[in-house]
Design a protein around this ligand. Sequence first.
Ligand SMILES: [Zn+2]
Length: 340
Amino acid sequence: MEALYKHQIDFISYMQRLLQEGDFSSTYKFAFLHALADICIEKDVPNNGRLMISLNEIVEKLILLYWQHAKPFFSETGPQQQGGILLQNSGKQAKIIADICELQRSGANNLNQAKSSPLWPQIYRNTMRTLKEGPLWRLQVLSKVEECYLFLHIKNRPYIELNTGIADCFRMFHDLVVQFSRQGWIEKVSKIQENQQVIGRAGELSDFLFGTSRVSLKSASNLLKDIQKGNCFYCKKPLKGNAEVDHFIPFTKYNNDLGHNFVLAHKACNNNKRDYLAAPEHKTKWQEQNLVVNDKLITNELGTYFTCDAQRASHVADWAYHIAEKNGSKYWLASKDVFV
Ligand SMILES: [Zn+2]
């Protein structure tokens, strides 16, 4: 029983890392994860706990998942009559969307009709190639390293075999995995710049509801420039007007603003850190700078704008590092993807 429990915790931890440490330049990986979760509840799991899934099944599921996405989107709040097909890739449209558009233009109204279209064989091959070249192996790349927790990735096999117990976890946590992947998927689509003309004010709305006000960030920026003597918190080089306020404990992990949780960093350092936790040595430095030496100063200067409570900030940091350690997460050390 305990072993089973441990297995489930491992699964959830892996899912968290997958979404935080994975590199999602298109939406394919979200779709692939969604597809796996769906397929696992659509099939019986054999007694040995290892479910085999053919790539054929995955290809069909991907086309099914993207089917609706290939139709024009009309926002109710956005500029009217400007409905358009949303990009699912930064830059060029994802191949699968272009292909499904073609199927739909040829008169197919659903997957079954699509399968009897003369266009199907080519589109099936395209999608198979996309799957093999992209999400099939990229899904399990965490912080640039392939960690085959869900299934062993063996080239040129027409199927994957989920590792023992994985299918059961997908079944048990189906709603969670689907919610994770849909949320990441939506976020990815709404962040693609070209889509924002179509989506209208969705991005602004999310900033308004859950973001940090720019005016208050400015005050934090001015104070931290003094405290850090004009240097970047992480690489210690001069900021030279190229500074951004960074949430030391990433906003995605703890989405409240605490005055003590800010540091000032280069735009490049901040962007490269993304949603990672900084390496423990940065944590020590952060504690020293913000919770010990400048505790009172931060409270006095930023108290009007943010909750300022060094103890609370310290608890939140301990929680975040505790979870990361339990999950075996990587920590961000320095620019250009240096992790420890
Ligand atoms: Zn820097």
